[in-house]
Design a protein around this ligand. Structure first.
Ligand SMILES: *Cc1c(COP(=O)(O)O)cnc(C)c1O
Length: 380
């Protein structure tokens, strides 16, 4: 392959023949909407992330919205979120009718800390959504106990964090409520899709109802019953259901998770080695209390590097490498121009001076050598 025709994608979903066969089997079963496949995927996902109950939904954005509805959050309420996140985190707050309040993040992990949340908390703060950013776990012990002392629910945006660990356990373990994504940009995909995991069975029951029009009995259970079941609608709610076709694919994907994470961590370690002697580039690493799945392998540029972020992206693109800007900051987007946040210096530095390198199952050592060679040439 010549250098000009080379094309290295930033992310490639791992989809094989097994996913294809699973989708076909779901279609042939005659049950394609939410049914037994979704129920099985929920159980197996919850087990895999060490959570009590799984509730499959149509996206992580839907999961975050339902988490806020579950806690009764609405107009007049404030929800503390990081600005440094995919915009869905802040959007979910607005879906619930509440106002996002942006907190700054830690430079090394890209995550909220007890201090950054505390700096923006007010008497109207009704919840905190903390993100395990790009797969890097936040300090779950510190944030979970702080949330308890503040008396507000901690909703965990684990969109990127399937396979990440904190204190030796899955980030889903010990979380009151977490939201997960199966968009193809994440490690596990069902095309679109999401999951809520919760520890309380009461919360699980309410969430199942909220995602299915507020019905007291699921369509699948009604169908499976030998007796006629008259459903009733207990509250006005949503259609946030996942399909059994998606769940069939998700079950196969879930089986791949340990190997996917293991392989990503090997490739990430190799990036670390190759980048070590380039001055002014700091790649994301494991925090001391946990392990990231390296969903996003971001690199922070310091002034010593001598080349700015946009130039780095342009040069990588010219060499066939599809890298990305670092994680976005919602408060800098037109959609949130009406929010006047306090100072967010670390957020602005990370979003301005970082970029994301390709990392996926199909990335070769040769690809990595090529990418690092481009970065080395740009160093001053
Ligand atoms: C991708 C992502 C989401 C949205 O997930 P969808 O399943 O696409 O709705 C939310 N939060 C974070 C941090 C994400 O990375």
């Amino acid at each position: 392959m010549t250098e000009v025709t080379r094309r290295i994608q930033v992310m490639v979903p791992m989809l094989g023949e097994e996913e294809e066969q699973a989708a076909v089997a779901a279609i042939r079963s005659g049950w394609v909407a939410q049914g037994p496949g979704v129920a099985r995927f929920e159980r197996e996902f919850a087990t895999a992330v060490e959570a009590g109950h799984g509730i499959a939904v149509s996206s992580c954005t839907a999961a975050l919205h339902l988490a806020l509805v579950l806690h009764g959050i609405g107009p007049g309420d404030e929800v503390v979120v990081p600005s440094l996140s995919f915009i869905a985190t802040a959007n979910a707050v607005r879906h619930a009718g509440a106002e996002p309040v942006f907190a700054d993040v830690d430079l090394a992990t890209g995550n909220l800390t007890v201090e950054t949340i505390d700096a923006v908390r007010t008497s109207r703060t009704r919840a905190v959504i903390a993100v395990h950013q790009g797969g890097v776990p936040f300090d779950v012990r510190a944030l979970r106990s702080a949330a308890v002392s503040w008396g507000v629910p901690l909703i965990e945006d684990a969109a990127c964090a399937a396979g990440s660990t904190a204190y030796g356990r899955s980030v889903g373990s010990g979380s009151t409520i977490s939201a997960w994504s199966f968009h193809p940009r994440k490690l596990l995909t069902t095309g679109e899709g999401g999951m809520i995991t919760v520890d309380s069975p009461e919360a699980a029951g309410r969430l199942r109802r909220l995602r299915e029009h507020g019905m007291n009995v699921s369509a699948a259970d009604r169908h499976a019953s030998a007796q006629p079941v008259l459903e009733s609608y207990l509250e006005s709610a949503f259609n946030y259901r996942m399909t059994d076709i998606q769940a069939a694919i998700g079950l196969v994907q879930l089986g791949r998770l340990p190997a996917l994470v293991g392989h990503r961590r090997i490739l990430a370690a190799r990036y670390h080695q190759l980048l070590a002697d380039i001055e002014g580039l700091t790649p994301v690493r494991d925090p001391e209390y946990g392990e990231t799945n390296f969903q996003s392998f971001w690199v922070l540029i310091d002034p010593e590097y001598g080349t700015g972020r946009d130039e780095v992206l342009a040069e990588l693109a010219a060499n066939g490498v599809s890298a990305r800007r670092g994680i976005m900051a919602a408060h800098l987007e037109p959609a949130y121009a009406d929010v006047a946040p306090g100072p967010l210096p670390v957020t602005e530095r990370l979003t301005r001076d970082s970029f994301i390198l390709p990392l996926h199952h199909a990335l070769t050592e040769d690809d990595q050598d090529h990418i690092v060679a481009v970065l080395r040439k740009l160093a001053s």
